[in-house]
Ligand binder design. Structure first.
Ligand SMILES: C[S@@+](CC[C@H](N)C(=O)[O-])C[C@H]1O[C@@H](n2cnc3c(N)ncnc32)[C@H](O)[C@@H]1O
Length: 323
């Protein structure tokens, strides 16, 4: 009874949770099937689910007091960096700072990923997702949240840094739910999970598109990514330069020279990272056959590309006509 036959539709009409998910007070009688089909094909349902979730989440967030920023951890000197490769360095950084991760990242500094989780959980509820893979789970922020909200679902996370996984296990995430893994080479068959998601991971990867391809491969229905938008950083002059060099495909070369002939940067709060905008992945995501829904996850001006520091993309795979 998935709402595609008349009996299914009749059941859905009386299902309060389903109506709530759509933000609808009532669904037309199934005998007016012409109207129903036009309005409630799968794409329209996804639009409705997303729009109602977006409104609810923003309303809820507006009521919350802004959280204070903690001082960033300062544990690794940049002077030792040049002798190791970026992946080794990054894992060493997270291993050293694992015990401080939650204090520095979860409780204060990154409301955009909590906001993204609000969106994900609202959409997933409306769309009826039953399995999730969290790639680059860290200490398990996404896993813990979804386990609370979807107690019946299969929820797995992969994280390459053992010290971060251990923090997650100590918080009560079973070892079988938070396992070793690399998002650029996922150890799962095609279409293993309804939804595969990544919170704040892409800007740590030398090749984020490899990761996105892998996420798409193991997802059955959708992928969801929350990350930064470097196109909005700095003064208006810096942004003009950033947008222009990106359009000319020279941004990476510019960064390479600016960073002292290496592609990555280091700071005490975020470890090894790359100048990155999730918005620059939109064409690539579409080339994988995905349909995109874009969200801003921090306050934004009129044009998010220029003014919003963090965005999320929900990309769906399945948009077949429903009847
Ligand atoms: C900023 S943390 C975000 C952690 C978590 N998603 C959260 O919301 O708290 C970035 C994470 O990406 C992980 N990571 C980096 N490279 C990875 C890779 N190739 N595969 C999987 N995870 C990776 C890091 O170990 C780290 O835990």
């Amino acid at each position: 009874m998935d709402g595609q036959r008349l009996e299914g539709i009749q059941l859905r009409r009386n299902d309060e949770a389903f109506l709530d998910g759509l933000g609808a007070q009532r669904i037309p009688d199934p005998t007016t099937s012409g109207d129903f089909t036009r309005r409630f094909d799968q794409e329209a349902m996804m639009d409705e689910a997303i729009n109602s979730t977006r409104q609810r989440v923003w309303k809820k967030r507006a009521k919350e007091a802004p959280r204070a920023c903690l001082e960033k951890v300062n544990l690794l000197s940049t002077r030792i960096l040049s002798f190791m490769n970026d992946t080794t360095l990054q894992r060493a950084y997270y291993a050293r700072t694992a015990s401080l991760y939650d204090e520095a990242h979860l409780s204060a500094a990154e409301p955009e990923h909590d906001f993204a989780l609000d969106l994900l959980s609202g959409i997933a509820r409306a769309a009826g997702y039953r399995s999730f893979l969290d790639v680059g789970s860290g200490t398990g922020r996404g896993i813990a949240r979804l386990q609370r909200e979807f107690p019946q679902a299969e929820i797995v996370g992969i994280e390459p840094v053992a010290e971060l996984r251990e923090v997650g296990h100590r918080k009560g995430i079973a070892p079988s739910c938070l396992v070793d893994g690399d998002v650029t080479s996922l150890n799962f068959p095609d279409e293993s999970f309804d939804c595969v998601f990544a919170l704040g991971v892409m800007h740590h990867l030398p090749n984020p598109r490899r990761a996105i391809s892998e996420m798409s491969r193991v997802s059955r229905k959708a992928i969801f990514i929350s990350d930064g938008n470097n196109l909005s950083c700095g003064s208006i002059y810096q942004r003009v330069i950033c947008h222009s060099l990106t359009a000319l495909r020279l941004w990476r070369s510019f960064q390479f020279v600016k960073n002292g002939f290496k592609p990555w940067k280091f700071n005490e709060g975020d470890g090894i990272h790359y100048s990155y905008s999730l918005l620059n992945e939109m064409t690539f995501l579409r080339s994988l056959g995905l349909t995109l829904f874009l969200f801003t996850t921090r306050p934004t001006g009129r044009n998010p590309s220029w003014t919003c520091s963090h965005v999320a993309i929900f990309a769906t795979k399945v948009l077949k006509p429903s009847l």
